[in-house]
Design a protein around this ligand. Structure first.
Ligand code: ADP
Ligand code: ZN
Length: 730
């Protein structure tokens, strides 16, 4: 859009529609005070109800505001969002049924992003020799001879002198003050730093990706390869090509804070780490990355899903690693799926997007199968590594003593593996000690006071914790219902309980738990993962946090404690998800020289998921799963959208649910289910009801929902959330 098309003149100023990062119905008109015409994307400061907000010129004035009522917005010097990002914001807003301002807020999440930083000053050589020379002064001048500007404290420390020595040299003008740039420069990845020699398979994939980048056109590639086959090495070649072409690259990772291994590998290939984008960055770091992305200086960003909304100006490649990961779904606020939106962003930027996975989502698999996506396959593990053998352990026959969760075959394999000085991963996707605490006297199950969910025992911390609202209490001495003493027992295992059982049986092994709440933060999680990779730990007992992406060459045994977990609550993807997770865990085993083994404990060895895992028949499983979904007209063969009502007044929530259902328009190919109580009927003190829209694939679900929701008024105190393409059904 050119400036003349998007704006109209207003007196000496320009009248334009400005979008504010708030859940308003749309942009508001302002008189925009700017040098030149206000173009779409231009950053302005705009007054709204006594506040001043950062907003963005969005387009032509909407009209209808009298000249004298029109308020003035002021352009912020020289800053504009790329127009493609504005288009992306509009697109996401339409698709997810969010006000565009709420989506814009995702792209303006850096506080004071457009404010200049306070200048910082440092010292360099001043060119004047001090009248009096001392040993201390000489040390400082020798240090500073390299011409690098340094802070006084740093100079004092590096040359082992007192701060007064530095100060006196500055006064004598032997050192002079210089203003530093606002931010440290971004390291520049080098496309040719250190490429590995690719196998013929990998080379084919890499060449394809290089070509796709060269074309500068939108395309979607599924990079499909068993774990350890070198998908990362292959897409790094696409990254190298985009670097050479002077473009920017976005790499989305599901859990960025935990992927040191990825950052190190990137550095080994390109000579420096990529810029990182995730929630653990400081304000200043966020601002630095945001500004560097906008200026084009940041060449490669590895980020969590929110990196999708960064203001890239010359994007040449998007990579979504582990594209099947559920972590890509943003479940609060603006609800979106980062993998799907990455495809949209790439389309708007006219660049290729690579979806990489060893267990592609069914959506992606079906798109690859029917030719909408290109499909690159890597079928072999790199080097000597072979895919591990997988064995099912039927817990109905092969179980240990009551209260034990490691079956005799698993114990035997543990003994053997540890004796061979190899490493083990025991996987259980449950934090804490036990998922349920029951009173043996009255049968009461300890539940959260805010949620209809069980309290989970965390024995290390001696607390019962709700995993939904984080409410916690000390472990009670007596039943909170009948008051019986010593009557509470822990039911079922969590990782802490497995550790207890393991230590009792293998007292000499070095063991660590890896789950989100045993770590104080990402740094500690990284430390455990590093220690494990370095061989300083023999056994890790972990949740899904360790299932993904990591490379542990000495790990030869993966034990899955309870393969029957997962699934639930009318979720059409539960089988797919179990398969993906267990397959990922299995993929940790045998990645080095030695062959790996995977033992899967289950009560349902006949289940198709277990059978597919044991037979290693991923594609058979996926095509069977595709057939099931096709029959039930569930995604990707049909469309879903969920409406979730929540509020503290349970009757009002239920009443609103019924009224909403009654107002649903009749439409061909659309069915509305519910309202029904959500799986967790009460969460954080709020009662929740759900409705589900199921539509045929060619139905415009957004148009349907818009028409429906325009006709109803949601009473105050009740919150309606729209989740298009839901993946969570709780
Ligand atoms: P994936 O992403 O498919 O799981 P990776 O790219 O992580 O696979 O590769 C697995 C391991 O094998 C990594 O340590 C990687 O560095 C190594 N590797 C893969 N391909 C090659 C190659 N051509 N030359 C050297 N090492 C390789
Ligand atoms: Zn709770």
């Amino acid at each position: 859009m050119t400036s003349s098309a998007s704006t109209t003149a207003f007196g000496s100023d320009m009248r334009a529609a400005v979008l504010l990062p708030l859940p308003l119905s749309g942009p508001y008109d302002y008189a925009v005070e700017a040098p030149g015409t206000p173009v779409r994307g231009r950053i302005v400061r705009a007054p709204l109800s006594g506040r001043e907000l950062v907003g963005v010129v969005w387009g032509k004035a909407v009209g209808g505001v009298a000249d004298e009522k029109l308020r003035t917005a002021t352009a912020v010097a020289a800053h504009a969002l790329p127009e493609s990002l504005c288009d992306f914001v509009d697109w996401v807003a339409r698709y997810t049924l969010n006000p565009p301002g709420s989506v814009l807020a995702q792209a303006l999440r850096v506080k004071d992003a457009f404010e200049a930083e306070n200048p910082r000053h440092a010292l360099t050589l001043g060119g004047i020799s001090p009248a009096r020379s001392t040993a201390a002064r000489e040390r400082v001048l020798a240090l500073m001879a390299d011409g690098v500007a340094r802070m006084p404290a740093e100079i004092a420390e590096l040359s082992a002198v007192s701060p007064s020595v530095v100060k006196s040299l500055a006064e004598a003008r032997a050192l002079k003050w210089v203003e530093l740039p606002e931010f440290e420069r971004c390291p520049e990845p080098d496309a040719t730093f250190d490429a590995v020699k690719l196998s013929p398979d990998q080379l084919r994939a890499a060449e394809h990706l290089r070509d796709a980048v060269k074309k500068r056109e939108f395309s979607v590639v599924l990079l499909d390869g068993v774990t350890g086959s070198g998908k990362t090495e292959a897409y790094f070649e696409g990254v190298a090509e985009a670097l050479t072409a002077g473009r920017q690259i976005l790499i989305l990772l599901p859990e960025i804070a935990l992927t040191v291994q990825f950052l190190d590998r990137f550095a080994a290939r390109f000579g420096c780490r990529p810029m990182e984008w995730h929630s653990d960055l400081s304000q200043r770091e966020r601002k630095r990355v945001y500004r560097a992305v906008l200026s084009g200086e940041a060449r490669v960003v590895a980020g969590a899903r929110s990196a999708l909304f960064l203001p890239f100006t010359k994007l040449g490649l998007v990579v979504v690693d582990e594209e099947h990961e559920q972590a890509y779904k943003q479940e609060e606020g603006v609800i979106y799926h980062a993998r799907d939106m990455a495809v949209v962003r790439a389309r708007l930027e006219h660049c290729p997007v690579v979806l990489a996975s060893a267990t592609p989502s069914l959506e992606t698999y079906v798109n690859a199968r029917n030719g909408r996506y290109e499909w690159l396959r890597l079928t072999q593990r790199h080097g000597a590594a072979e895919l591990p053998g997988v064995r099912l352990i039927d817990l109905r026959k092969d179980h240990g003593e009551p209260g034990q969760f490691l079956s005799p075959p698993l114990r035997a394999a543990l003994t053997e593996t540890l004796a061979a000085h190899e490493q083990v991963l025991l996987f259980l996707n449950r934090r804490g000690y036990a998922p349920l605490t029951v009173c043996t006297s009255c049968g009461h199950k300890e539940t959260c006071r805010n949620c209809s969910a069980w309290m989970v025992e965390h024995r290390y911390r001696k607390r019962l914790v709700c995993h939904h609202c984080a409410f916690e209490t000390p472990i009670p001495e007596r039943c909170t219902k009948c008051g019986a003493e010593h009557s509470l027992i822990a039911c079922g295992p969590g990782v802490e309980r497995i550790e207890e059982e393991f230590r009792a049986g293998f007292p000499d092994a070095r063991v660590a738990i890896a789950s989100s709440d045993t770590f104080s933060g990402p740094a500690e999680a990284q430390a455990v993962i590093r220690a494990f990779a370095a061989g300083d730990i023999d056994v890790v007992i972990g949740t899904q946090i360790v299932a993904k992406g990591h490379h542990f060459p000495q790990l030869t045994l993966a034990g899955i404690i309870d393969a029957d977990l997962g699934g639930g609550a009318g979720d059409p993807r539960s089988a797919e998800r179990s398969f993906q997770l267990l397959h990922q865990v299995a993929g940790r085993s045998g990645r080095g020289e030695k062959p790996g083994l995977v033992l899967i404990q289950t009560h349902n060895p006949e289940d198709p998921v277990m059978q597919a895992l044991a037979a290693g028949s991923r594609d058979a499983f996926l095509s069977q799963e595709a057939a099931t979904r096709e029959r039930s007209a569930t995604p990707p063969f049909g469309r879903l959208a969920a409406l979730i009502l929540a509020g503290t007044d349970a009757d009002k929530v239920r009443g609103t649910g019924r009224a909403l259902a009654l107002a649903a328009p009749a439409a061909r190919g659309v069915a509305v289910w519910g309202p029904a109580p959500a799986f967790y009927q009460v969460l954080r003190g709020k009662t929740r009801e759900r409705l589900l829209v199921q539509a045929e694939k060619n139905v415009d679900v957004q148009a349907y929902l818009r028409a429906w929701l325009a006709a109803v008024k949601i009473p105050s105190g009740i919150r309606l959330t729209v989740d298009v393409d839901p993946i969570s059904f709780f």
